[in-house]
Design a protein around this ligand. Sequence first.
Ligand SMILES: [Fe+2]
Ligand SMILES: [Fe+2]
Length: 250
Amino acid sequence: MIIAHISDLHFNEGIDFDEKIYEKAVKILNKVDADFIFISGDLTTSGLLKEYEFAEEKLKQINGKKIIVPGNHDERNLGFKLFPEFFGKTDFIEKFKDINLVGLATSEPDKDDGRLGRGRHKLITQGIEKGKMTIIGFHHHVIPVPNSGRETNIIEDAGETLDIILKNEIPLVLMGHRHVPWAVKIHKTLLVNAGTFSCTRTRARFGNTFNIININGDKIEISVLNIKEEKKKKMIELNLSDGCCENKYF
Ligand SMILES: [Fe+2]
Ligand SMILES: [Fe+2]
């Protein structure tokens, strides 16, 4: 199974959105032939109606099934009322043959930081099914992300969330928000951040990127695709059967 993980597109009529890089990114992404595309939030910059309309229009260029959770920017200015109208449920379990994807909204109206809360924690456990791999996806991060500046916005209930993830040996957690790609293995879990797909606010020389996740039996391999350079580089690999992990990107 191939999952394309994209994040922080920031569709906006101001300086946040890089249209040229978006067009290039879409061309590359459409060649990936992913089973589905997971979008971990920040589709807008201010949660405005015209940004949601713009996002809906531009996302049509991306082929394939798109699964979307909101980011902090999408909840601004009553944007949280528009998100379900445009992109459906903010909290859900999407079931595939071999995996269950639990999508969750960590964002809160008009706040940059986020939380999950007990209801969503319950949804995580409901997404666990014998014989299937559970993947969780949300916008904010649960542990600090290097190369993304001073630490802010880790979800309020990061400790409890991490505890549920690790105790249940959930192999893969997909996040965004920090605009840099990163991955780390803790216990039997890969915590993975996608960089920004099309926002002008990139960090240092990281540029615009997205992640390609390849799940083959017990092996999870994640690569980062640098959009400007059109270069793919392996970031992390985890073999669930022996717990061995290799981090190549940094
Ligand atoms: Fe963002
Ligand atoms: Fe964000």
